[in-house]
Design a protein around this ligand. Structure first.
Ligand SMILES: *[C@@H]1O[C@H](CO)[C@@H](O)[C@H](O)[C@H]1NC(C)=O
Ligand SMILES: *[C@@H]1O[C@H](CO)[C@@H](O)[C@H](O)[C@H]1NC(C)=O
Ligand SMILES: [Cu+2]
Length: 546
């Protein structure tokens, strides 16, 4: 028995050394400190991430000595600026309005403690108008949501309004009929509209918090919404407030809080007329802190009249609370999360999740099944409940957060994590020349967004140090509002690129075509990436489409 064990251990060690060697792709670096725990985050300028925590203690102090629970993290200097708020943003949602103003909604109970004075955020609406200096701050609206929401979802709609979906009326470990808020509401410039009932959020109890909602780009159901929670999904018409089609249940685990999987739209491309496909990965079968996480993904083609789930594994590793990140080369990376347990805070003397999964996996949607996954290099920092990850304009992935402690803690197994890291995927290769975009349709590249229109063509000029351009590709990306393993409004659209011409000054010019309409990607701030032989340019161009 003992000999067998030793043999097994030796074999396991050798195997893991081989795996590490073969799979060491990409690299990790700790870059700074986020000030507040990064429970929610969104890119608001090429060099700025807006971070929203809940009202809780931290080192992020405002000039008056009080503690703030939101800040703007500066990617260029890796420093942060604390932003005052007056309502509790605990487990809230966010989306850009089509005009470029960011909107945060919902939250939780008042928090009144030393240096913190947070009012109830359950029906809060907060606006943030991004800026390029340090002048912008939150505006909290006097006219709130029509009802209380916690763990709600938001999405930017094709007409530029934002939709708010579901949630519970109180904070809870799992939803129930008495706590549920099975409604949605749409914010218009004249204030919030009424809430409409949605039976789907009754049918998906108790695991329907942070539902997934995506605008369908093209095909049979163009312009309708794909809404997913628990194991169920529907194609929904918010114009008529009705289900257009009920889709089959996803096989295997439940996928919504606290059995949290990750839901994303796969990259769209002009090459197949923006055929929309969604993917949902990981989750949990039982609401238990000792249960192994699910190692499956379901992919569904929403371009079909009868969409059906196509199952695959999740890169060989069960994972709960993974964060999805759409890269400009069309791969989808999943990072963060745990191999055991469920989402939630430390309770009853134990963490609700354990066995952090430290390596990202990349999904290539165009590879044959069985060859779609690549395992990337691991970090050393666990990123459990309440962590985030997002693509930033230099093509790397910014990773922050992790706080499974109801009150921030440092001397525990899974600390409240303030360190921000950057993961550099292997497509950034220091041995290959990298391109730098120098102008966009004759405008200099600024931090402020350049206005672009659907269906229009734009000139992009770039330089390339010590090399010739190879195959130039481009994509338009909304990097998403990231929270609780959700990537709200995240979108990646591969753009048509014309041939490259060499200029007399040694630079090069090509033209990129914006997508045809707001179903392919709703209006708002996004980034145009340009890639040379699959390697993204030194920085993407900030645009406001629509
Ligand atoms: C965008 O629209 C919202 C809602 O009407 C408004 O409050 C905000 O000021 C607008 N932002 C800009 C930049 O016009
Ligand atoms: C691109 O810039 C030119 C002038 O530099 C302008 O005439 C043209 O309208 C712009 N294209 C678009 C689609 O805005
Ligand atoms: Cu939460």
């Amino acid at each position: 028995m003992r000999i067998v064990n030793v043999t097994l251990i030796v074999a396991a060690v050798v195997l893991s050394l081989i795996t590490t060697f073969v799979s060491a792709q990409g690299s990790w670096k700790v870059v700074g400190n986020t000030g507040v725990a990064a429970m929610h985050a969104i890119l608001v300028a090429p060099d700025r991430v807006l971070i929203i925590d809940k009202a809780e203690s931290s080192d992020a102090t405002l000039p008056d000595g009080s503690i703030g629970w939101s800040c703007e993290y500066h990617l260029d200097t890796n420093t942060y600026r604390v932003l005052p708020l007056t309502t509790n943003t605990f487990c809230s949602a966010g989306a850009f309005l089509g005009n470029g103003t960011f909107m945060s909604t919902a939250g939780s109970t008042p928090v009144l403690q030393d240096k913190i004075n947070a009012q109830s955020g359950f029906s809060g609406i907060r606006l943030f108008q991004p800026c390029q200096d340090d002048s912008c701050s939150w505006t909290e609206l006097p006219t709130p949501l029509s009802s209380f929401r916690w763990y709600n979802a938001m999405v930017t709609l094709p007409d530029g309004r934002t939709m708010n979906l579901g949630g519970s009326k109180v904070a809870t470990g799992a939803n129930s009929a008495g706590k549920n808020n099975p409604t949605y509401e749409i914010y218009s410039s004249s204030g919030t509209s009424n809430a409409f009932p949605i039976q789907f959020l009754v049918d998906t109890l108790p695991f329907n918090l942070y539902p997934c909602v995506q605008v369908i780009a093209d095909g049979f159901y163009q312009g309708y919404l794909f809404i997913f929670a628990n194991k169920k999904s529907v194609i929904y018409d918010i114009g008529q407030n009705q289900v257009i089609k009920a889709l089959p249940d996803i096989p295997g685990a439940s996928r919504s809080y606290p059995l949290t999987g990750s839901c994303a739209l796969l990259p769209l491309t002009y090459e197949n007329n923006y055929n929309p496909e969604a993917i949902i990965c990981g989750g949990q079968t039982v609401q238990s802190y000792t249960s192994p996480a699910d190692n499956t993904c379901g992919r569904i083609n929403l371009g079909d009249q009868d969409p059906a789930w196509d199952m695959d594994d999740f890169g060989g590793q069960g994972r709960i609370m993974g964060d999805s990140v759409a890269l400009p080369d069309g791969t989808l990376v999943f990072v963060n999360g745990a191999a055991t347990g469920i989402a939630g805070y430390f309770e009853g003397g134990h963490y609700l999740q354990s066995d952090p999964v430290l390596f990202p996996v990349a999904y290539n949607m165009n590879a044959p099944k069985g060859q779609r996954w690549t395992r990337y290099a691991a970090t050393t920092i666990p990123r459990l409940y309440h962590s985030v990850a997002m693509l930033i304009p230099d093509g790397t992935i910014w990773v922050a957060g992790s706080n499974p402690n109801p009150n921030p803690r440092q001397n525990v197994q899974f600390i409240t994590e303030y360190r921000a890291e950057v993961f550099t995927p292997p497509y950034i290769d220091a041995s290959k020349p990298r391109i730098t975009i120098t102008s966009f349709n004759s405008s200099a590249i600024n931090k402020a967004p350049i206005n672009v229109k659907y269906s229009a063509e734009y000139q992009v000029t770039f330089t390339i140090a010590g090399g010739q351009p190879g195959t130039i590709t481009s994509s338009l990306i909304h990097t998403g509002f990231k929270t609780h393993s959700q990537a709200m409004s995240m979108r990646c659209v591969k753009l048509l690129v014309d041939k490259v011409t060499a200029n007399a000054d040694g630079s090069y010019t090509t033209n990129v075509w914006m997508p045809p309409n707001a179903f392919v990607t709703p209006p708002g701030p996004q980034y145009v990436f340009l890639l040379n032989d699959g390697q993204p340019a030194a920085s993407a161009v900030h645009v406001l489409i629509g």
